[in-house]
Design a protein around this ligand. Structure first.
Ligand code: BMA
Length: 314
């Protein structure tokens, strides 16, 4: 399909780049991966792996070029630990990675599937081998969260998506210590009516820092008789006051079009949780879960996303 929103991103010819068949142990599916570029240039994906009971854990996959030649953990790197962390009773899902220079650690913000629904949990790691869990930081029902890489006005900032049924909007909260969170502010609301992003939206990967502001890729969930349809949009927020929306795109920029996105355990889902940025500081590799079944890659340019927002600000 050659429509306008395809132009911002090019799907990789090798898509889907990771599937259950690549895994060194039996699993159901692998999708919704956090991503980061390690100091030696290796692309690391922290993959959500769903086992054959339906519960999820995380495994890492490493690649020199971010496309193929993946080295996958022979066993999970982070498994749910319900004995010590009861909030992880039904698994851990959808990790977002932020490197935090002040701590010299990666912050992993993920969904902990509690007895009462999904909540937001935080763990820190230096090496993706040992993890320091901080526990649940946003009670259920809340998900789609990521940490900003540095303090804003002395406070850490967390974007997240609490549910106030039947609607769900993006919020931002602040903390002096990564544990106690407050100063909650509505960041961006789901639109209403027939819009593609009506009723339910959420942050996709962590915000992208640009000279113009925090560039955010978010998902809109269209609920219809045929099921849910997950599509992606763009918005820009103030660097120093990230709850302040500067621009919001009218149209979606990426949607399920390929068979591996349309068909799977949950069809019609594209769900990025991570990206890497090339040394040119413009080329961006977006890693997304496709139909809750596999991991796919699309490449674009940050400059073109910002330009598109100028033209499609609603
Ligand atoms: C969302 C999240 C994602 C999932 C998507 C589609 O609510 O739970 O993990 O990919 O639904 O099923």
């Amino acid at each position: 399909m050659n429509n306008q929103h395809s132009k911002l991103f090019t799907r990789n010819k090798l898509n889907p780049i990771l599937t259950a068949d690549n895994w060194p142990y039996p699993i159901n599916s692998v999708f919704n991966a956090g991503a980061t570029l390690l100091k030696d240039g290796t692309t690391l994906l922290l993959c959500r792996v769903e086992d054959r009971r339906g519960l999820s854990h995380f495994s890492t996959a490493r690649s020199a070029n971010g496309v193929d030649g993946w080295l996958i953990d022979p066993k999970p790197t982070l498994s749910p630990d319900p004995e010590n962390h009861p909030e992880e009773l039904w698994g851990i899902e959808d990790p977002r990675i932020t490197f935090v220079p002040e701590l010299n650690k990666y912050a992993i913000v993920y969904t902990a599937y509690t007895r009462d629904g999904p909540g937001v949990a935080l763990a820190l790691t230096e090496d993706f081998i040992n993890y320091e869990r901080k526990g649940i930081i946003m009670s259920p029902e809340d998900k789609d969260a990521a940490l900003l890489p540095y303090r804003i006005g002395g406070h850490w900032a967390l974007i997240h998506r609490p549910v106030s049924a039947p609607r769900a909007h993006m919020w931002i909260s602040y903390s002096p210590d990564l544990i106690h969170w407050g100063s909650h502010k509505l960041m961006m609301n789901a639109r209403k009516g027939a819009w593609w992003d009506a009723n339910k939206i959420g942050l996709s990967p962590p915000p992208i820092e640009t000279s113009e502001g925090w560039l955010i890729i978010y998902h809109g969930v269209r609920q219809s008789c045929g099921g849910c349809l997950y599509r992606l949009g763009l918005a820009l927020f103030d660097l120093e006051k990230p709850e302040l929306c500067l621009k919001r795109g009218s149209e979606w920029i990426f949607a399920p079009e390929e068979p591996y996105e349309q068909f799977g355990d949950v069809g019609n889902v594209v769900f990025p949780c991570g990206y890497t940025i090339a040394p040119d500081k413009d080329t961006i590799n977006i890693y997304y879960g496709a139909a809750d079944t596999s991991i796919a890659l699309a490449t674009g340019k940050i400059s073109e996303m910002l330009e598109w927002l100028n033209q499609h600000n609603s």
